[in-house]
Design a protein around this ligand. Structure first.
Ligand code: NAD
Ligand code: UDP
Length: 352
């Protein structure tokens, strides 16, 4: 067997294949990067982008809400590795950077097993921070706009301290993420760790689970199946929707920002839409015959949410570029390709 590396041809016997891969990786990779939650919606896009930039990527996931099909196309890349692992347990690997994304993000899924959600956020953060401390890696936390709860300040700047119902059904996620942020800043102050905290606002796009319960995937699948779109409440509640490609760009810029910039920084679309507007747009773009039906607004559902992204603009030179119409069209195209009968992985108690 022969292999050409940068003009050099190596004669390889079958038993030297692994070492040739190692030579390839060491020569062509930039950094060794761990992405927890790498088989999920955002994680799979992040792994893909980091690989495209020539990095070695280790995807760690317990497949609670993630899917193998999100990363199947990456498996042929010798710089990509997958490890089935629950971050609630310690992990010993050697990496330069860690993106900590592991945690269900859909309210339906994070409320299904709220104790596990808190454990993933808190124990998971402790384990990943411990790993970062041991190997002196830079670590980014995927935090959330949910740290602001049902905000009374609008739009929300990073200085706003939030309005979370501590004992409510969303608290497992909101308080878990708030505690994770606290841990990140304590490790920063106590151990001088290089940390980055991104407060991610609602993001949508290809590879969301078709039945994960989030609003964009629900509406698009309902429209494709010819079912009524289920608007909770009267649909006047607002969210700001960021297309996934923009979000990934923001997270990478944050990781690459100077060491003295820790965040927290809001990353999301500064444009808000009511949920009813989103339903109407999906109906209009898909051309479905579906109409809208109204259902009860879930408990503690935030009335409004919109980021102030001044810090992201100033410190990262970042703002989103994909408008909602274009992003929805790409997302609808993706779900159409999957077909109306497709289901996600649903909840599987055996997955942990
Ligand atoms: P997702 O559910 O698609 O992905 C989460 C991934 O984490 C899944 O692959 C899941 O299997 C994995 N996971 C969950 N618990 C785990 C554990 N204990 N150990 C290992 N892996 C585990 O969600 P997403 O939308 O890709 O969100 C990724 C991150 O971004 C989450 O931390 C979420 O809180 C944050 N975030 C996302 C949004 C959004 O709109 N997508 C908004 C705010 C914050
Ligand atoms: N929502 C809705 N219909 C659905 C799913 C969600 O009206 O089928 C609403 C939900 O009540 C919330 C908004 O859409 O007001 C966004 O919900 P999602 O679960 O996507 O995210 P989050 O509430 O965490 O922002």
């Amino acid at each position: 067997m022969e292999m050409s590396l940068s003009g050099t041809t190596l004669a390889l016997s079958p038993c030297t294949v692994i070492s040739s891969e190692w030579i390839f990786m060491r020569r062509y990779s930039n950094k060794r990067i761990l992405v927890t939650g790498g088989a999920g919606f955002l994680g799979s896009h992040l792994c893909e982008r980091l690989l495209d930039e020539g990095n070695e990527v280790l995807c760690v996931d317990n497949f609670y809400t993630g899917r193998r099909t999100n990363i199947t196309h990456l498996l042929k890349n010798p710089l990509f590795e997958v490890l089935r692992h629950d971050i609630c347990f310690p992990l010993y690997v050697e990496v330069d950077e860690i993106y900590n994304l592991a945690c269900p993000a859909s309210p339906v899924y994070y409320q299904l097993d709220p104790v596990q959600t808190t454990k993933t956020s808190v124990h998971g953060a402790i384990n990943m921070l411990g790993l970062a401390k041991r190997v002196k890696a830079k670590i980014l936390q995927a935090s959330t706009s949910e740290v602001y709860g049902d905000p009374e300040v609008h739009p929300q700047p990073e200085t706003y301290r939030g309005n979370v119902n501590v004992t409510g059904i969303r608290a497992c996620y909101d308080e878990g993420k708030r505690c994770a942020e606290t841990l990140f800043f304590d490790y920063y102050r106590q151990y001088k760790l290089k940390i980055k905290v991104a407060r991610i606002f609602n993001t949508y796009g290809p590879r969301m689970q078709p039945d994960d319960g989030r609003v964009v995937s629900n509406f698009v699948m309902q429209a494709i199946r010819g079912e009524n779109l289920t608007v909770y409440g009267d649909g006047s509640q607002t969210r700001s929707f960021c297309y996934v490609d923009d979000m990934i760009g923001g997270l990478i810029r944050l990781m690459e920002s100077s060491d003295d910039f820790t965040g927290p920084v809001n990353i999301g679309s500064p444009f808000k839409n009511s949920i009813l507007e989103i339903a109407e747009r999906v109906i209009s773009i898909t051309g479905t015959k579906s109409s809208i039906s109204f259902a009860l607004l879930p408990q503690d559902d935030p009335i409004q949410r919109q980021p102030d992204i001044s810090i992201a603009k100033e410190m990262l030179g970042w703002s989103p570029t994909v408008m909602i119409e274009e992003g929805l069209m790409k997302t609808i195209h993706y779900f159409r390709e999957l077909g109306p009968g497709v289901r996600g992985n649903n909840y599987n108690a055996d997955c942990r």
